[in-house]
Design a binder for this molecule. Sequence first.
Ligand code: GDP
Length: 450
Amino acid sequence: MHTIVALATPPGRSAIGVVRLSGPLSFSILQSLTKLDVVEPGSASLQTLKDPVSNEVIDRAVVTCFKAPHSFTGEDVVEISCHGSPVLLRRVINTVLRMDAQLAEPGEFTLRALTHGKLDLSQAEAIRDLIEARTEAAARHAVRQMSGAMSATLRPIEERLLDIIVLLESALEFVEDDLPEVQSRQIQLHLGELEAELEKLASSFRTGHLLRNGLRITIVGRPNAGKSSLFNKLLQVERAIVTDVPGTTRDSLSEQISLRGIPVLLTDTAGVRESSDLIESIGVERTLRAMVDADLLLVVIDGASELGADDLDILERTSESRRIIVLNKSDLPSFRRDVLKDFGGKGKVLEVSAHSGAGLSELSVAILEPFGSVDSEDVGLLITDARHFDLLRRSQEELQSSTGRLEEGASEELVLVGLHNALRYLGQITGETTTEDVLSRIFATFCIGK
Ligand code: GDP
């Protein structure tokens, strides 16, 4: 296998930039760069890096070496912590490339770790998820999967399935007649239990998917209903993750927040109304787009004034969407909770005050209600990856059809086909039975240097 090199830290200026090498030439390349006589694995040392051709000093760097198989990839690994200058780092990498190393593909270090049995596929995927996690809850869950929670959950299921397969295989081999009725019923029972366990795992995808991919929530309502106030209050109450998308009051404005551990992209919009003003109509267009993209709408109604034509218009326009109607300004004396009494539309109604914050925790509970909790300690393993979910479902379907065949008294061969398929699908989650092209597709989603 060839030796690979990549920048392991983000591109751009920083205090330190780490260049990572893995493969058989790692140590000899390091020796050419540093004129070290011996490479001492398991230790870090300060070295002067020189261009082997011109002998010019490139940088002074801390060098860490790991000898195979005691490294992340299972190969000889060298990590060079240089000063974090993009120009310098490019030079170090180019110098290494001239010494027969190749630039690593995305995720290639992790792929090598997988190849050398340092981790299984679901653990490798968890490393990617950990790096990409947007909330603490998502990171915590990725760490759990990285520590092997997926295989620990699946292995007992696989073993029990294998026991059933062995039983049927030997019946096929040694028994002349059909499987005795009692035994068949016993097997059906076991398969039913396994299927229920897969169902439990697969159904956690609803929550797990949200933990990884987040939720898009858009705030709509007529001008002065209190959208911006609600937006700002939610940012204050729920932690904002990153401030990225800037905008004006006429534009739509988005922020990432962590709503009880779920990453939420919260968007405030300009009022939805027809307008001849060009800038304003751009705002309206963005609003309509943000509404279409949203997983959930918060329709803000000013509860302290009469329901107007524009309120009814927005309630009408959003009637087919998933929405929560937020009756705002509950702190005002003129607030009337029955302001919507003549309006027969669908949607949960909650009273809040964007000023005092009253009702906001009820609002976040209501937002997440359909998805279950992710933030508590007792949440078990969640399926966060669509690939895992799909394989669990397929495995489940195979178990169901095998159970059906057993009930019909079909031959053991037929039953076994389904059981072998079910086992193979489970194996694809942890990578035991994953094909090369699937692997390369998965690792293409990793960042370079990982
Ligand atoms: P937007 O046009 O929908 O974004 O509404 P704003 O958030 O700008 O609010 C319009 C006006 O209503 C401002 O004067 C706010 O201070 C006021 N307002 C918003 N929410 C509340 C609330 O909960 N209570 C009170 N008393 N006033 C509010």
